[in-house]
Design a protein around this ligand. Sequence first.
Ligand code: GUN
Length: 294
Amino acid sequence: MAAALIDGKGFAAGLRLTVAAEVRRLVADHGLMPGLAVVLVGDDPASHVYVRNKNSQTREAGMASFEYRLPADAPESALLERVAALNADPAVHGILVQLPLPRHMDAARVLDLIDPAKDVDGFHVVNAGRLAVGAPGLVPCTPLGSLMLIKDCLGGDLAGREAVVVGRSNIVGKPMAQLLLRESCTVTIAHSKTRDLAAVVGRAEILVAAVGIPAMIKGAWIRPGACVIDVGINRVAAAEGKTRLVGDVEFDIALAHAGHITPVPGGVGPMTIACLLVNTVRAACASRGLSTVL
Ligand code: GUN
């Protein structure tokens, strides 16, 4: 039987409505307007699209959206000064510096300067450390959204499940594995040096693919009935000189094996910005010692 498609687009739309309701409550009851600042350096076209979507979805959720642009040849010191000013601005609860940065800038140094309490990307070492030791903190958006989809598929309790994460990036693979471990899954992290990847993938009741290589995970490897989360967004050549987006999983064949699977596009992608809004509300509430439904 063909797998059920996981409707990340629909789930994200519902989550944005929940965020908007929470924002209305915070404004009405506490005079608290969550604010997200996005800093974009340079002219990368994909980054411009992301930032435009972030800004419009932030405003649609009723939050304050601040956007700062620096030219591609701006000195790193200009970006560091901007981040320092946003750290000190009480109207800003979340700061996101869009990646990738131009080559002359040191992303680690920039991310390190962001106040961990405003680090809505969850990339700061303090937040990575908190996740690793199970302390409250801000969690990277793509793994957070992926976990929401997994829980929705499998009914919430993931304890004891066999989970395999393919990819070990700081942005997706490592935090995803930590989140699944926190849910008491048995977690394996596979990567480019893993031997017999087919056998490792074949164990997974929960499979998260985050390698950035088109169709690298073969559909026939998938354990029957598995919940498959494909984080990959790869642009490949298509007919008539066009291009199309594909994931890291060989989708058509995986469909016949998996129980649930995210499509690309329309699966995990829309969850990332929705979770950025969630993190901004969480950061705003934490700044005032308020609890939140999010
Ligand atoms: N570039 C592409 N995706 C992201 C993201 O989630 N956060 C940041 N900061 N940059 C990105």
